[in-house]
Design a protein around this ligand. Structure first.
Ligand code: FES
Length: 93
């Protein structure tokens, strides 16, 4: 999915984490950590999703793959739709 840079608007979002990747793609994941359910947050410095509870780290550029445990499975993906004419991004239900 692609949209013009700077036109990102995530609409009707459930609790989740979205990222605008360096390749101009947008991705979103359920923010619930797969280890014990804490809410992960985006770390701009590393460009990873990090859980504050026990330090699990996920890579949003690679389907939220686990980079560091204790989580053993990736975050759940949230499908998005990008309107090419407006730049609006919506969660596909
Ligand atoms: S709940 Fe996220 S690492 Fe434990």
């Amino acid at each position: 999915m692609q949209a013009s840079p700077g036109r990102k608007r995530l609409l009707n979002s459930p609790v989740g984490q979205e990222s605008h990747l360096a390749n101009n793609q947008f991705v979103a994941y359920d923010a619930t950590c797969t280890h014990a359910g804490c809410q992960v947050g985006y770390d701009a410095a590393s460009q990873h999703l990090i859980c504050p509870c026990h330090g699990a780290t996920f890579d949003p550029a690679h389907q939220a793959a686990v980079l560091q445990g204790p989580a053993g499975t990736p975050l759940t993906g949230v499908p998005l739709h990008v309107d090419a004419s407006t730049g609006d991004i919506t969660v596909v239900s």
